[in-house]
Design a protein around this ligand. Structure first.
Ligand code: NAG
Ligand code: NAG
Ligand code: NAG
Length: 469
């Protein structure tokens, strides 16, 4: 088992290096991209059931590093990816926190008992209110086909000892919200957490829901059950979120980027004394799309368009952007006040049965990678966030988030001492390239050897054995 795992990780590592678009990291820069693959704790789902768990102190790269990407998917006990029409990944969220050394926290209830003298949420850079949308990463069904990599020389800096309060440690938590829709009466309804399908009239804490609350997170909390077709039965199964993190060690060649999240449900309004600070925001995370009237279909195709204005309490250069929407979403965008488009992110829907192409589900979002240095936001500037959904039918619990990564500095100009020095080291770079090519070749040979050994070994053993256990 152990050696499979190592062989597999090696294979992944080498493939990653070979296919890495960040060739700089490969061709001689000692700041190489590292990759690790982790499994979340196990969760168990049967037809119609829901898991919404918070896992504290998850496996995560340690040290003073810069994150380059984060990808995830749900797999079963055998390591096989599970399609969205069986296990719908409503969302996963990865957040950072500081915990006093010696204090333990294993679930949400534990954490709620802790005061800020023991537990400090180390949230992203904004802009929602204190308790909302503080994550570093978070996506849902679109995870498999949504790019998250941060181009060189940028990275999301974490683990900076100077930032961690004395006596505390930096840790990470993972929230996974998954809904098993095998055999349910209404797959879309279950994924949209329609309260009647869950037979829920009170929230998780026993508080009655507003009568007009038709669906959303308050109705599909942990251990709720969506209505299954009469007589349908299937096994409960063990599932994991498998997540892949890439990072580089932090050094002076890495330019840090900050994570900002905008939410279309943010009730922020400019007031005469507005500072745009967190406390003035009210991000509600989810909203509802009322169905259009038949007459509207011809007029506007029944698109629900929401737009909000937000003043930016920060400035900098946009390096990356992506939106998060649910099924029914048709795109989201960020504009300047004069209408100039800064970034749009459009969902891709699947049209098959296989993993990564599930019909009717959002299986990917397009992303923005502006040429670094070209898209600058000025502090205090007003931006417009837009989120579109089809309103042909009623949707509950939809979302309209927009993530951007922002750098303080533009990329270094080319005509500097740096380029002079670099041109003089051209020869050594060529030498390094040849060396690396050699190493890569050896890597390929190793991969083939490992693969052959693995295949032989597998053929010798009976049946299938999971790679990741
Ligand atoms: C719905 O919940 C109520 C109590 O909350 C219960 O009496 C009823 O049997 C439930 N219905 C179904 C179909 O589970
Ligand atoms: C600033 O605005 C907030 C509302 O956003 C208000 O509660 C507060 O009293 C105002 N402060 C001053 C000094 O006007
Ligand atoms: C949203 O819909 C409006 C029309 O209602 C359209 O003008 C706009 O381009 C759409 N935006 C995106 C990002 O799809």
């Amino acid at each position: 088992m152990k050696s499979y795992k190592r062989g597999w990780l090696l294979l992944v590592g080498i493939l990653v290096m070979l296919s890495s678009p960040h060739s700089q990291a490969f061709w001689g820069n000692e700041n190489k991209i590292k990759t690790a693959v982790f499994l979340s704790p196990k969760f168990v789902l049967g037809p119609g059931s829901v898991e919404n768990r918070f896992y504290y102190n998850i496996d995560f790269p340690k040290g003073h590093i810069a994150l380059k990407s984060f990808n995830a998917e749900v797999i079963d006990e055998a390591g096989n990816p599970v399609p969205l029409h069986e296990t719908y990944l409503h969302h996963w969220v990865v957040a950072r926190y500081f915990l006093r050394k010696g204090v333990e926290v294993s679930d949400l209830n534990d954490r709620k008992k802790l005061t800020s003298s023991d537990y400090i949420s180390a949230r992203n850079s904004g802009i929602c209110q204190r308790d909302a949308l503080g994550q570093y990463y978070g996506l849902g069904s679109e995870t498999r086909k949504t790019a998250t990599h941060v181009p060189d020389p940028y990275g999301i800096e974490v683990g900076n000892p100077a930032e961690i309060p004395d006596g505390f440690e930096e840790k990470w938590l993972l929230n996974v919200h998954a809904i098993d829709t095998r055999g349910v009466e209404d797959k879309l309804g279950c994924t949209e957490c329609k309260c009647d399908l869950y037979n829920v009239t009170e929230d998780e804490y026993g508080r009655p829901l507003r009568p007009d609350y038709k669906g959303g997170l308050l109705c599909c909390y942990d251990h709720t059950q969506c209505r299954v077709k009469q007589g349908f039965e299937d096994v409960r199964r063990n599932l994991y979120l498998r997540y892949t993190v890439k990072w580089v060690d932090m050094d002076t060649s890495v330019v840090p980027v900050k994570v900002y999240i905008f939410d279309i449900t943010d009730g922020w309004k400019r007031s005469s004394n507005s500072t745009g600070m967190n406390s003035e925001h009210s991000c509600k995370v989810e909203y509802e799309i009322e169905p259009c009237r038949a007459t509207e279909l011809a007029d506007n195709g029944c698109i629900d368009t929401r737009r909000i204005s937000l003043d930016m309490p920060f400035g900098g250069y946009v390096i990356y952007g992506v939106a998060h929407q649910h099924a029914g979403g048709s795109g989201s965008a960020l504009y300047r006040e004069d209408g100039q488009l800064l970034c749009s992110s459009i969902p891709a829907y699947g049209d098959g049965e296989e993993v990564g192409n599930e019909a009717g589900y959002i299986v990917g979002m397009t992303t923005c990678y502006p040429q670094p240095g070209t898209v600058k936001i000025s502090k205090g500037e007003t931006l417009i966030l837009e989120s579109n959904y089809s309103s042909i039918r009623h949707h509950t619990g939809v979302m309209g988030l927009f993530y951007i990564l922002v750098a303080d500095e533009p990329p270094k100009p080319m005509n500097t001492l740096y380029t002079l020095v670099q041109s003089q080291t051209q020869d050594s770079i060529i030498l390094l390239t040849i060396l690396w090519a050699g190493v890569a070749l050896m890597g390929i040979v190793t991969v083939i050897a490992v693969a052959i050994r693995y295949k032989l070994k597998r053929e010798r053993e009976d049946g299938y054995e999971a790679i990741m256990m």
